[in-house]
Design a protein around this ligand. Structure first.
Ligand code: 6PG
Length: 247
């Protein structure tokens, strides 16, 4: 089944976060109505801070926070209080405090053995979603960002993580950063009910254009196409200005 692809370009970052928050509310309502819960894998980096802060701020009504379950799409190989930690970034926005502590599932990236941290997180996911060994969990929403090299989550070009099709979570060595990362794998991303890319800024213009108009599909972000779900790219004008076909 072809993925429902939608590219939406909004004027600026504030509109981007508002649009993403509106989607979050709508997806949460739908998921809770259908299953009684809303499972979300959060993206890291800097772009989503504006969304998490907006959601945490309380101005976005009607989110059944007690039924929201927060996971991480990837994590740096650092302790949770490290400046590079995605968990710390999200915690500092106030978003984690909106849900019961038992509903937050962080990657235990303080483990000196990155692959052990990945395996432990995989077990956490399999137990939470009751996922049999050969199947993949279906998140209601997976938030993703886009790196200038076309990476997403911690799936970087040229890494073995891109060809992993059994494990849910892996810990690739990322040469450019001289460190391991822990990341969900493509089969998990492509199993999601909705994948929402949030991309802002002129530094992403060329990469966004390459994702959609470069016919050599070797960018990790191009490999994210949920089999039975929505694929929504939310771009601000700066990030989307290189696209020849505006939506
Ligand atoms: C991370 C993210 C990563 C991020 C992109 C974009 O852990 O850093 O998962 O994939 O989304 O690198 O980062 P910015 O939003 O900071 O540009």
């Amino acid at each position: 089944m072809l993925t429902q692809l939608e590219i939406r370009i909004v004027p600026n970052a504030a509109d981007l976060f508002q649009a993403a928050a509106t989607e979050f509310v709508s997806l949460a309502a739908q998921a809770v109505k259908n299953t009684g819960r809303f499972t979300v894998a959060l993206s890291g980096g800097s772009t989503p801070k504006g969304l998490y802060t907006l959601l945490a701020g309380g101005s976005i009504a009607d989110i059944p926070w007690d039924k929201v379950f927060l996971f991480f799409g990837d994590e740096r190989h650092v302790p949770p209080d490290h400046p590079e930690s995605n968990y710390r970034m999200v915690r500092e926005t106030g978003l984690l405090a909106k849900v019961p502590a038992k509903n937050v599932f962080r990657v235990h990236a303080e483990n000196p053995h990155a692959d052990a941290a990945a395996q432990a997180y995989e077990q956490t996911l399999r137990q939470f979603f009751h996922t049999p060994p050969v199947e993949f969990p279906r998140f209601d929403l997976i938030l993703l960002g886009l790196g200038p090299d076309g990476h997403t989550a911690s799936l970087f070009p040229g890494t073995t993580a891109l060809t992993e099709n059994h494990r849910l979570v892996v810990a690739p060595w990322v040469e450019k950063f001289q460190t391991h990362r822990i990341t969900l794998t493509l089969p998990v991303l492509n199993r999601a009910g909705c994948v929402l890319f949030l991309v802002s800024g002129a530094d992403k213009t060329n990469t966004v254009r390459d994702v959609f108009e470069n016919k050599a599909p070797d960018l990790p972000a191009q490999m994210v196409r949920p089999q039975e779900g929505r694929l929504l790219w939310l771009l601000d004008q700066a990030a989307g200005s290189g696209l020849s076909h505006k939506s």
